[in-house]
Design a protein around this ligand. Structure first.
Ligand code: ATP
Ligand code: MG
Ligand code: FE
Length: 342
């Protein structure tokens, strides 16, 4: 079974082909990505209307590229999977519209996929895929959640952010420091030259006793610190970046360990853009190695949005029998869509 995946929930157009044979882990044949980051940078954030228009330009050429690379044609595609939500409505409509039009033209069924399920299952695209059950730390630009995952579609949310997401905390702090958009990766690079103990920043909800997160206060503390420094910020920027990163990473680390202890599970999966963060990875690896816990990540380039994770999630849902692809080509999208409602 050849599954074409289409991702267009925000500012990345991602297309991929995976092959799923029997019950084995589906295999990625090819994938292509166009990031709109440069286009949105001038505005300091994603402009929804521009995002939709750019997806329209990219989807079909990228689809052709992916087919060519895999030595396949549209006629070989068995199912078209697309991101149904959550995300920007107009952007989602582009991927859904193209997917359903392709399906209708080819007489092939389509499947709407949950974007966060894509992130969650993206470590199955790596050479060393995880096994169920596991605790998942989903840390992206819009979400921060700890989950117990017992299988495809079996997700129990153990805790989540009550305000900003971890990626948002990175991005908003980076913006305050003039590091551009989205500033998470830049902040993390700068942090490598700084002292993580230079500034005392809050670790919100660290001792809350539950598995929820809160990052809004941290961003405010970073802003206060930056204002206090005034003209003196420039030479201390790396220290402030390192201190900010240390605060975010410490909370993510502690809560993940608590989730593992409470569930008694011995396996952790980290997914979403912030999962690319080096400090988070090295600290999690060190703590988990000591505790005998296996940690799985997506490959670095598949942490942020991509089509491979959508094709993968679609293929795994079909394999699990949880969802049938449909030839009803009327579609809707779900800009808001809680993962545990799946
Ligand atoms: P969602 O999936 O919740 O809808 P999204 O799709 O925008 O949100 P992702 O693509 O998973 O989110 O991740 C993007 C986020 O990851 C951004 O906030 C970005 O700054 C952050 N990010 C990417 N790389 C790093 C890094 N190395 N360190 C810290 N943050 C990073
Ligand atoms: Mg993005
Ligand atoms: Fe995402």
């Amino acid at each position: 079974m050849l599954v074409l995946g289409i991702e267009s929930s925000c500012d990345e157009t991602g297309i991929a082909l995976v092959r799923a044979d029997g019950a084995g882990v589906p295999v990625l044949l090819s994938h292509a990505l166009h990031s709109q980051i440069e286009m949105h940078q001038a505005y300091g954030g994603v402009v929804p209307e521009l995002a939709s228009r750019d997806h329209i330009r990219r989807v079909l050429p990228l689809t052709q590229q992916v087919l060519d690379e895999a030595g396949q044609t549209l006629a070989d595609v068995d199912v078209v999977a697309y991101t149904r939500g959550p995300g920007l409505a107009g952007a989602l409509l582009v991927g859904a519209g193209v997917a359903c039009a392709l399906g209708a033209a080819l007489g092939k069924p389509v499947l709407g996929v949950h974007h966060l399920e894509g992130h969650l299952l993206s470590p199955f695209l790596s050479a060393d895929p995880p096994e169920f059950p596991f605790v998942a730390l989903l840390v992206s630009g819009g979400h921060t959640q700890l989950m117990r995952v017992d299988g495809v579609g079996r997700y129990e949310i153990l805790g989540e952010t009550i305000d900003d997401a971890a990626g948002e905390a990175f991005d908003k702090s980076a913006k305050l420091m003039g590091l551009g958009y989205p500033g998470g990766p830049a902040l993390s690079r700068l942090a490598e030259q700084g002292d993580p103990a230079a500034f005392k920043l809050p670790r919100p909800l660290l001792h809350s006793g539950n598995l929820d997160f809160s990052f809004a206060g941290l961003k405010t503390a970073v802003m206060t610190q930056a204002k206090k420094l005034g003209d003196g910020l420039e030479p201390r920027k790396a220290d402030l970046a390192a201190s900010t990163q240390a605060a975010i990473v410490e909370v993510l680390l502690k809560k993940s360990i608590t989730a593992l202890q409470r569930t008694g599970l011995r396996r952790l999966v980290v997914a979403g853009g912030v999962g690319a963060n080096k400090a988070l990875r090295s600290q999690l690896n060190a703590v988990c190695a000591k505790a005998g816990i296996r940690v799985h990540y997506p490959e670095l380039h598949l942490c942020t949005d991509n089509g491979a994770m959508i094709a993968m999630a679609g293929a795994m849902r079909l394999q699990s029998g949880l969802q049938q692809a449909t030839r009803a080509y009327a579609f809707d999208v779900k800009p808001r869509w809680p993962l545990d409602s799946l």
